[in-house]
Design a protein around this ligand. Sequence first.
Ligand SMILES: *Cc1c(COP(=O)(O)O)cnc(C)c1O
Length: 387
Amino acid sequence: MNLDPKDIATCLGQDEDFAGRNGAMMPPVVQTSLFAFSTLDELVDGLSAEHENFVYSRGQNPTVEVLEKKLAKLERGESCKCVASGMAAISAVLVGLLEAGDHILFVNQTYGPTLQLAEHLSRFGVEHEVVLDLDPGAIETAVKDNTRLIWIESPGTMLNRLVDIAAVAAVAKKRGILTAMDNTWATPLLQKPITQGVDLVVHTCSKYIGGHSDVMAGAVIGSKKLMEQIFYRSYLLLGASLGPSDAWLLIRGLRTLPVRLRQHEENVLIVGEFLKSHSKVKRVYHPAFTENSENVESELAGYTGLLSFELHKSDFETVKNVINSLRLFRIGVSWGGVESLVITPARENNADALAVNGLPEGLIRLSVGLEDSKDLIDDLGEALAFA
Ligand SMILES: *Cc1c(COP(=O)(O)O)cnc(C)c1O
């Protein structure tokens, strides 16, 4: 893992204003909904630029702002807004930027609820399409005259396939199309899409940034101009603001993100090697195991613990038996916390839906946590005896 020392300093808070808070090691939780002014003129001034001033915590809050400045810095973006969940971040981008008649092109396997939101936007005249062929030429061919936004997920949902981010951003730029990328898998420490030409980055901070499965949050990062548009056209009006206590938990989460990621990487490489050489396993889907990465040269500075694998015996009963036989891996949604988790997109009768999303049957997804790696592979070894 190749972390930038500047990013470690940002996560640890070395650049925070300690003097401005009497040397307190952690920033205060400014638990207030509103800010009072001594004159009406000052209030009117504050309201004239609510994206820059503390007026009401649905707009700006000092604790939330500490987190926003860190995430903007880590992503090499000018500006950041944090929100109450990853989906609130995605909603803010789509509702803030699109109009009736626009088309969104989703590149790669995309988080399910993101596509469900896009379905609902068809009620407002916004169309969309998903392209799973990741060749930049194929992506360019899928662009329509009314494509206004290209949405990238890389590594993508479930199969963790990589997109050639710079190539897609270049295609978009040439045609005057905006790009947004869900960078949750890699965190801002391992991949910086803005430096590769992407306009906007979103995160769900509920995953690695929080890191302890105890907080829901999201973030959008981009240029001042685009972020101001999102602030006034969606963020402030959809109203999914982040509370200061949750922002504080995320500031604490960032303190240990670099060291947690190093351990997630160590564990996922051990688990991936074990699975790759196991007779019951057909294929491992993770960017460190390159058979999966098509022809894209990985720009990742390291690897996180989200990995999928495919069983040779792919019927649902077998998938279910393996999952139910795991002890250390708990069965649950989400990922990125200290605990290992397991889930599958397979159901009793959904082979067609899997095929539409380019997913094989017999797929199992792991979030590899921070437990001892020997315990993790012992657990997997025992469960795979049922495959
Ligand atoms: C979980 C997730 C989201 C949604 O985040 P929430 O905080 O659950 O709303 C979006 N994108 C990806 C890739 C995710 O894994």
